[in-house]
Design a protein around this ligand. Structure first.
Ligand SMILES: *[C@@H]1O[C@H](CO)[C@@H](O)[C@H](O)[C@H]1NC(C)=O
Ligand SMILES: *[C@@H]1O[C@H](CO)[C@@H](O)[C@H](O)[C@H]1NC(C)=O
Ligand SMILES: *[C@@H]1O[C@H](CO)[C@@H](O)[C@H](O)[C@H]1NC(C)=O
Ligand SMILES: *[C@@H]1O[C@H](CO)[C@@H](O)[C@H](O)[C@H]1NC(C)=O
Ligand SMILES: *[C@@H]1O[C@H](CO)[C@@H](O)[C@H](O)[C@H]1NC(C)=O
Ligand SMILES: *[C@@H]1O[C@H](CO)[C@@H](O)[C@H](O)[C@H]1NC(C)=O
Ligand SMILES: *[C@@H]1O[C@H](CO)[C@@H](O)[C@H](O)[C@H]1NC(C)=O
Ligand SMILES: *[C@@H]1O[C@H](CO)[C@@H](O)[C@H](O)[C@H]1NC(C)=O
Length: 492
């Protein structure tokens, strides 16, 4: 084992979520919340970083370049012959706290499994190239990531003598899709896959996201008042946007870091999107028990909607601003388009964008789309951030060849390659949460091949987090159903 796996005893000072949801990287900017409070390290005995040698390009035999991929092991619960659980990393740094907690660790305890988590190439500390130049990012794709997993599974299987054990893959959000696709493409390497909140259908324009946000906000205790107030606030902003004194007023009301330039279409669109982002993020992560990984989860749909419906705070516009102030934690709000683009053009591993913004945006521009636009009337945020804005961003960040045509072709290939919603693969569980906007691109019906689990009232990836006494009964039941399904696969 020591030959290939070298361990470094570095334990991360700052822990980032494993399941950094796609919404956090909406247009590349990890908004607030991504860097949760550092965990009390002493609370956990976290496993050390381990490194695995991977090829840079799995699809070119002539290219012999390699790099080191990070992974973590926890064999505490393992007894010989038991299963191996593989947690797939995604579009952010892999957080080793998942090696100690989370629903999958409960299953591991019960089923005496060996637990492994692998970080996704180009994220966290898994750096296949010297920097993130556009030329280097050509090696960032879901296909290369799946080939990494396959090679890892094969070699580690031999090294640790797990080649005949039954492997199960786990993942939530984008890694949820990877988990399903791993089972699809390499069915001999895993006997089953848990694909939580997995957007398996790639789609360039994804306005349905905001429609689910609207519907989820309507489930708050103030009901439809929440969306009505957002719509009224949006109208107020539209009026102010018509003249220069209005731009000044908006910059002040929303505590912007720099003046609002109402003649710049991109700044205006980015401003509207930033404000809508407060609601998108809150809905996606509503009550998700993520506190254990350093996130804070006390701001819920009800928190925001109580503010939007509270007459004593002032006009709808003031309430919209109050929501923004609450989520920006007293800091000024950065809505400048050019600043955002400049940040995402940074290619250094030391840049802020390397936390995932530059890499994930690249994947959306080449493979997935998933642009959460306002291209539908069935949402309260106006029609201010259309598909053209997202396409513009791809071109501005990576270059003119990342245009609408190449982006659509990439999305088409993703669905051709994996099957989209028509994926044909056995032994996959697709849990989905009713208020999670991503369910709109997920698997909605169980078939003979796979199981869809619908969890009423929960958000993105809820079933992966540790159980809490406040969990809805449906969530508890979903965790049980997942466990029973894994047990069934193991006994086959
Ligand atoms: C493995 O997980 C168990 C259960 O959470 C924990 O007690 C143990 O410290 C972990 N081991 C490592 C090396 O992290
Ligand atoms: C990025 O890395 C490549 C090698 O992969 C190197 O040729 C290039 O100079 C680097 N660019 C910057 C800006 O450091
Ligand atoms: C505002 O935006 C317009 C259009 O992009 C640009 O021409 C102008 O220079 C900007 N004004 C300022 C003060 O930045
Ligand atoms: C949420 O928790 C943080 C600390 O964890 C606290 O500072 C903040 O005031 C809380 N917010 C609300 C709305 O309760
Ligand atoms: C409305 O806001 C006021 C002032 O911030 C606060 O005192 C009151 O509790 C809020 N009412 C509700 C129902 O949240
Ligand atoms: C998009 O980029 C591709 C590749 O560079 C190019 O062939 C194509 O003409 C471009 N299309 C448009 C509409 O700009
Ligand atoms: C993508 O697929 C759609 C539907 O099959 C097709 O109409 C479109 O021409 C394709 N676009 C590209 C760029 O391949
Ligand atoms: C989630 O899956 C269930 C099947 O268990 C399905 O009935 C439901 O429509 C799905 N929900 C959504 C919102 O996709």
């Amino acid at each position: 084992m020591a030959r290939i796996l070298q361990s470094s005893a570095v334990i991360l000072a700052v822990l980032l979520p494993l399941v950094t949801g796609l919404g956090l990287f909406k247009h590349g900017r990890p908004k607030h919340g991504m860097l949760g409070a550092p965990l009390a390290k002493e609370k956990y005995n976290l496993p050390p970083d381990m490194w695995f040698k991977q090829k840079l390009d799995h699809f070119n035999d002539a290219d012999l370049r390699t790099w080191n991929q990070r992974f973590f092991l926890n064999g505490t619960f393992y007894t010989p012959g038991g299963p191996v659980f593989l947690m797939i990393g995604g579009e952010g740094e892999a957080n080793p706290v998942w090696m100690v907690e989370g629903a999958w660790m409960e299953y591991a305890k019960e089923m005496k499994a060996f637990c492994i988590m692998v970080e996704h190439r180009f994220y966290g500390k898994s750096h296949p190239t010297e920097n993130m130049s556009v030329d280097n990012l050509q090696y960032l794709s879901s296909e290369q990531a799946l080939a990494d997993l396959a090679h890892f599974r094969t070699v580690i299987g031999q090294q640790l003598k797990f080649d005949t054990n039954k492997w199960i893959s786990f993942g939530g959000s984008y890694p949820g899709s990877l988990s399903a696709w791993f089972r699809l493409k390499y069915p001999h390497l895993v006997v089953g896959a848990i694909a939580t909140s997995a957007p398996v259908q790639a789609q360039l324009d994804f306005p349905e996201y905001l429609t689910v946000v609207r519907d989820s906000l309507a489930t708050s205790r103030v009901g439809s008042k929440c969306n009505d107030a957002i719509q009224a606030a949006t109208h107020d902003i539209e009026s102010l946007m018509m003249h220069m004194t209005g731009w000044e007023a908006l910059a002040k009301i929303f505590n912007l870091c720099s003046p609002l330039n109402g003649t710049s279409m991109n700044d205006v669109a980015n401003f509207y999107e930033t404000l809508a982002g407060n609601f998108m993020e809150t809905v996606q992560y509503n009550k998700d028990n993520k506190a254990f990984e350093g996130g804070s989860n006390n701001i819920t749909i009800d928190t925001l909607c109580d503010i939007m419906a509270n007459d004593s705070i002032g006009t709808e516009l003031s309430r919209y601003a109050a929501v923004s102030a609450l989520l920006s934690d007293g800091e000024c709000v950065d809505a400048s388009y050019d600043k955002m683009i400049a940040d995402l053009r940074e290619t250094s591993w030391k840049s802020e964008a390397s936390a995932g913004g530059r890499q994930w945006t690249y994947q959306t521009c080449t493979e997935f789309g998933f642009y959460q636009t306002t291209d539908t009337d069935h949402q309260p945020f106006g029609r201010h951030f259309p598909l053209s804005l997202s396409i513009q961003m791809c071109e501005d960040i990576y270059g003119k060849q990342f245009n609408k045509t190449t982006n659509q072709a990439g999305v088409n290939f993703t669905n051709t390659n994996y099957g989209g919603r028509d994926i044909v693969a056995f032994n996959i569980v697709f849990p989905n949460g009713s208020i999670d906007p991503w369910h709109a691109l997920g698997i909605t019906k169980s078939t003979d091949m796979y199981t869809a689990i619908f969890i009423k009232g929960t958000a993105h990836c809820a079933n992966m987090y540790p159980a809490s006494p406040d969990d809805p009964a449906e969530l508890t039941q979903a965790r049980t159903q997942i466990r029973d399904t894994i047990q069934k696969w193991l006994s086959q």
